[in-house]
Design a binder for this molecule. Structure first.
Ligand code: GAR
Length: 202
């Protein structure tokens, strides 16, 4: 069984898609070992609680500096002994120390077709605002392995989603989640859990 830790910052709809995937059998060979949030966002912690998954919050504001926060974050991850760490809308940069320790075992979902609208400053709604501003007609989502560079790791899967006339950032975000994110991320976990995908050389 693949032990998975899910890291979240927001409302946790991707977390919910993973929970539902495990419950329905779309994701197999997987146990959700824990959820880590970088804030006390009630919704995500509530989703974990509802599903009986241990959940903790590790907020930067509670630590004297970035280094202490990074150590606490790594400790929280280590405590769950995960085989795979899933960044499901985790909007904090993963400390390099963690990237190295879990090389090839951290994946992230990003709400655009990388390499468009990614990297520093592109997260959450901002990604969709930028896509609309640029006037692209197709956007989508990407699941990738996490390496040191922001959104630069090897791509696992991508799915295109059309931009529609009159879209607001919120409407586009919802379509990208429904048509791409909530499908791609559970599938990537299932593929990893069943040995269909791994980072070569790891
Ligand atoms: C998702 O759209 C996810 O792709 C994005 O944050 C949102 C979190 O929503 N992640 C990034 O932008 C990472 N750079 P959720 O909390 O409802 O899953």
């Amino acid at each position: 069984m693949l032990r998975v830790v899910v890291m979240v910052s927001g409302g946790g709809t991707n977390l919910q898609a993973i929970i539902d995937g495990v419950a329905s059998g779309t994701i197999t060979n997987t146990v959700l070992a824990g959820v880590i949030s970088n804030n006390k966002m009630v919704k995500s912690l509530e989703r974990a609680k509802q599903a009986g998954i241990p959940a903790v919050s590790v907020s930067p504001g509670e630590y004297r500096d970035r280094e202490s926060f990074n150590s606490a974050l790594l400790e929280a991850v280590d405590a769950f002994s995960p085989d795979l760490v899933v960044l499901a809308g985790f909007l904090v940069k993963i400390p390099d120390q963690m990237v190295h320790k879990y090389a090839g075992r951290i994946i992230n979902i990003h709400p655009s077709l990388i390499p468009s609208f990614c990297g520093v400053g592109f997260y959450g709604l901002k990604v969709h605002e930028s896509a609309l501003k640029r006037g692209v007609k197709i956007t989508g989502a990407t699941v990738h392995f996490v390496t040191e560079g922001m959104d630069e790791g090897p791509i696992i899967s991508q799915k295109p989603v059309p931009v529609e006339e009159g879209d607001t950032p919120e409407a586009l975000q919802k379509r990208v989640m429904e048509q791409a994110e909530w499908i791609l991320l559970p599938k990537a976990i299932d593929d990893i859990a069943n040995g269909r995908i791994s980072l070569r050389g790891k």
